[in-house]
Design a protein around this ligand. Structure first.
Ligand code: GCO
Length: 436
C-alpha cells in the first residue's frame, strides 16, 4: 500500500486525556472504597498511589509540553472539592486552579472534566445517580467550580461517558455500585442528562455574571460501532441498530435537542439543556459485534475475531474501520463540531500501540476530507494509569511508569505522536516506518 502525507487542518488540536482518579493517587470516593473489596479489581491493585499525579502534575505537564501537546484533558475530583455536601474545600480548589494554570503556563489548552466516573461518598450514600435530586446536586457543584474557575481559559467537559456509568455500574455490575438492572441504568442515564444541563447552565450563567467570554462546553460520549454478527440475519441487523440507538445516540440527542426521552420514548423539553453543547467529545476504542441469539444485556457476545489484535484485559478488538462510520453518523445526526476526546489501546506492545494510533488517525483524516468538522484528537493516555476494574493490567500510556520509582519513561509511541503534532499530520515516512 502506498502512503501519502495526511495533513490536518490548521489549528487542529493534538494532545492526550486522563482523569483524576486514574492518575492522582490518594483519593477518597466511591471507587476507593470499592477497590478495597477483593475481587473487584482484576489485578488486586488500588489507587492509593496511582501515578502520584496529584503531586507530580507539574513534571507530567512539562513532559507533555516537551512532546508538543496543544491540549491536555484531565478531570477534577468532586470528592476533594466537596468532601461533604455543601462544604467546599478551598485548598483543593486552589490545587486545581494551580493545575489549570500550570497547563496554561506551558502554552497548552486545558480541557477540564467535572465528572469522570467517581463520586463523593456522601453522594453515593444519597443514592448517587438514582437520586431524583442528583441533577441539582451536581448543578450546585458545577456552579461552585464555575465561580472558582471562570477567570481561566478552559474548555469545559461536563460529564464523561454517562452511558458507561449507566451500563457498567447499573446494568453489567462491573463498576460500583454493581447493580444489574436495566430500569435503573435508564434512570441514571436520564439523571446524568439533566445534570449535564444544569452544569452547562451554571457555567454559562457564572461566566455572564462575571463578565467573561462564554467558554466552549461539551459532554463526552463513549461511542462504539455496533455490527450484526450475521449481516444476512435481519434480527442481528435490528439488534445492532437498536443498541446503536440506545448506546450511541439517545443521550446526546437529548442534550443537543434539549429534550429528555422518558422510558416510554416520549420527549419532554428540558430548558437547562438548551445551548448546552458547543461541540461533542467522542471517545472511540472498538466495535461491538452483536447476535440476536445471545443475551447482549446479560453481557453475552459472539466470539471475537481471532485475526484481530486486542486490547489487554478489556479484550476489545482493534477495529479502526468502525471509527469513520460512527464519526459520520454523529456529524450527520447533530451537525455539531466533534472532538476526538479519547482514542488509544491498552497494551504492552508499543508497536501495536503505534499502529493503532496511526490507523485511527487515517480514519479521522478521511472524515475531515469528507467535510466533517473535527477540532482535535487526544490519545488516551499520557502517563499509564489505573484502568478501572482492570487495575494496572491494561497499559494505555504513551509514557510508561517504573513501578518502584514512579519515574516517567516516554515510549517510542510518545515520540511518534510528537512527530505527528509537529507535522500537524501523518507524513508518508512515518506511516511507512510504523505501518509496514
Ligand atoms: C473514560 C475512559 C477512560 C478509560 C479508557 C480506557 O471514561 O474516559 O473509560 O477512563 O481509561 O477509556 O478504557
Amino acid at each position: 500500500m502506498a502512503f501519502k502525507d495526511l495533513k490536518f487542518p490548521d489549528g487542529f488540536h493534538w494532545g492526550t486525556a486522563s482523569s483524576s482518579h486514574q492518575s492522582e493517587g490518594g483519593n477518597h470516593n466511591d471507587w476507593t472504597e470499592w477497590e478495597k473489596i477483593p475481587g473487584n479489581i482484576k489485578d488486586g491493585s488500588d489507587t492509593s498511589v496511582a501515578c502520584d499525579h496529584y503531586n507530580r502534575y507539574e513534571g507530567d505537564f512539562s513532559l507533555a509540553k516537551e512532546f508538543g501537546h496543544q491540549v491536555l484533558r484531565f478531570s477534577i475530583e468532586w470528592s476533594r472539592i466537596e468532601p461533604q455536601q455543601g462544604r467546599w474545600n478551598d485548598s483543593e480548589i486552589a490545587h486545581y486552579r494551580s493545575v489549570v494554570k500550570t497547563v496554561l503556563d506551558r502554552g497548552i489548552r486545558p480541557m477540564m472534566t467535572l465528572h469522570h466516573f467517581t463520586n463523593p461518598l456522601w453522594f453515593r450514600d444519597l443514592g448517587a445517580w438514582l437520586n431524583p435530586e442528583s441533577p441539582e446536586i451536581f448543578g450546585r457543584y458545577a456552579k461552585k467550580v464555575a465561580e472558582s474557575f471562570a477567570d481561566l481559559d478552559i474548555i469545559w467537559n461536563t460529564i464523561n461517558e454517562p452511558m458507561v456509568v449507566a451500563a457498567m455500574g447499573y446494568l453489567y455490575g462491573d463498576f460500583p455500585p454493581q447493580e444489574k438492572d436495566f430500569g435503573k441504568s435508564q434512570t441514571v442515564t436520564q439523571n446524568m442528562l439533566m445534570a449535564h444541563g444544569y452544569a452547562a447552565t451554571q457555567i454559562r450563567e457564572i461566566h455572564d455574571k462575571q463578565g467573561r467570554l462564554q467558554p466552549q462546553i461539551a459532554p463526552v460520549l463513549s461511542v462504539s460501532y455496533f455490527m450484526p454478527h450475521n449481516p444476512e440475519n435481519p434480527d442481528d441487523v435490528n439488534l445492532a441498530a437498536y443498541l446503536d440507538e440506545i448506546y450511541n445516540h439517545t443521550w446526546i440527542r437529548g442534550a443537543v435537542t434539549a429534550k429528555i426521552p422518558d422510558l416510554e420514548g416520549n420527549n419532554h423539553r428540558f430548558k437547562p439543556l438548551e445551548n448546552s453543547v458547543d461541540f461533542i467529545g467522542m471517545n472511540y476504542y472498538s466495535r461491538m459485534v452483536v447476535s440476536s441469539e445471545m443475551d447482549f444485556l446479560a453481557g453475552e457476545v459472539p466470539e471475537k475475531d481471532p485475526d484481530l489484535p486486542r486490547c489487554d484485559g478489556l479484550d476489545w478488538e482493534v477495529y479502526p474501520e468502525g471509527y469513520y462510520p460512527i464519526i459520520k453518523s454523529y456529524w450527520d445526526s447533530y451537525k455539531k463540531p466533534l472532538f476526538m476526546s479519547e482514542n488509544g489501546i491498552g497494551t504492552k506492545d508499543d508497536t501495536l500501540k503505534r499502529a493503532y494510533i496511526l490507523k485511527h488517525l487515517q480514519q479521522v483524516h478521511q472524515a475531515i476530507q469528507d467535510g466533517i468538522d473535527i477540532r482535535g484528537y487526544l490519545v488516551w493516555t499520557w502517563v499509564t494509569n489505573f484502568e478501572w476494574a482492570e487495575g494496572f493490567g491494561s497499559d494505555f500510556g504513551l509514557v510508561g511508569m517504573e513501578p518502584e520509582t514512579l519515574n516517567r519513561i516516554p515510549r517510542e509511541s510518545a515520540y511518534m505522536f510528537k512527530d505527528i503534532i509537529q507535522n500537524n499530520g501523518l507524513t508518508k515516512e512515518l506511516q511507512e516506518k510504523y505501518l509496514r
